[in-house]
Design a protein around this ligand. Structure first.
Ligand code: FE2
Ligand code: FE2
Length: 180
């Protein structure tokens, strides 16, 4: 299960690099592919926020309830980070939707919001990879994983970008990832 979540992290990291390229384009006043930005944000909402984080939350909750003496690290920090990522992602999505409808938005504010969003995602990812996942690997037993896996089965769905087939709405983004 952690391997799947780790693979998700690798995929998210690839998308963060696309976001960094877009940020660099905004900063250097080069043409910005706002459609691509929209697609990345939409993927992160669709997959990270609705599949990846809930799966993690399931494990974190289990861990906190049965295996952890100090629940504050996992419940408070990580759940708060997940919520913050959703909020910032939604704000950014709104901003990009307005730009795509030709509203006049100062590019500076887009760049700042995007930079903060990338930092937040990266920080969260690094924290899980460096601290939380190793802690889970050390603490949870085979039985724990079996139990969790059982609950997880209901949450499995094919990834629309990195899964077996790329869905129509992510074709552009997939092409961009291939060329990067
Ligand atoms: Fe997470
Ligand atoms: Fe994660």
């Amino acid at each position: 299960m952690l391997d799947i979540l780790h693979q998700d992290h690798i995929n998210i990291a690839k998308l963060l690099n696309v976001l960094r390229d877009i940020l660099a384009a905004i900063r250097s006043e080069k043409p910005v592919r706002f459609n691509l930005l929209r697609d990345v944000l939409s993927y992160l909402r669709e997959v990270a926020d609705t599949h990846h984080h809930p799966r993690e939350d399931l494990i974190y909750e289990y861990f906190t309830t049965y295996r952890c003496s100090d629940p504050s690290i996992v419940t408070t920090v990580l759940k708060e980070q997940h919520k913050q990522i959703v909020r910032k992602g939604e704000d950014l999505q709104e901003l990009v939707a307005m730009i795509l409808m030709d509203a006049v938005i100062p590019l500076d504010s887009v760049a700042t919001a995007l930079e903060q969003f990338i930092a937040l995602q990266q920080q969260h990812l690094d924290y899980e990879e460096s601290t939380i996942f190793p802690l889970l690997r050390r603490s949870l037993t085979e039985d724990d994983w079996r139990h969790l896996e059982h609950n997880w089965m209901h949450m499995t769905e094919d990834d629309p970008l990195f899964g077996r087939e790329v869905k129509e709405r992510y074709q552009d983004l997939a092409a961009q990832l291939l060329s990067a």
